[in-house]
Write a protein of this length. Structure first.
Length: 111
């Protein structure tokens, strides 16, 4: 995720100590809800909008985003941060990174 997204997220969470849980579960998911939903990073916003990151419960968007469209959103988030990236969060969202699109997108954003 971009550094700007990380800063917004840790400010909202009230801590930069966001440790990866053994399960790979996001540390910001509490009682089934995202603690930082209004400022969640772009990779989270893309969840459920591409076929490679489809909702496991069967919810579908009105229109699926193509993988390239999703990558453009990730690049835009990076650009808003002046290209500064933070490598912490992708490890905590291993469940996302395991998905092909997320892996491809993260590698492209990291260059
Ligand atoms: S993965 Fe993203 S949307 Fe889910 S709880 Fe964590 S920050 Fe929130």
């Amino acid at each position: 995720m971009s550094q700007t997204e990380w800063e917004r997220l840790t400010r909202a969470a009230g801590s930069e100590e966001l440790y990866v849980q053994e399960s790979g579960r996001c540390p910001l998911l509490v009682n089934g809800r995202c603690r930082v939903y209004p400022v969640r990073p772009m990779i989270c916003r893309l969840w459920g909008l591409t076929k490679d990151m489809a909702c496991p419960y069967g919810c579908e968007p009105e229109r699926w985003l193509e993988a390239e469209e999703a990558r453009q959103f990730l690049r835009a988030a990076e650009q808003l941060s002046g290209g500064r990236m933070n490598g912490i969060f992708p490890r905590s969202t291993a469940h996302l990174a395991r998905r092909r699109l997320a892996q491809d997108a993260l590698e492209q954003v990291r260059g």
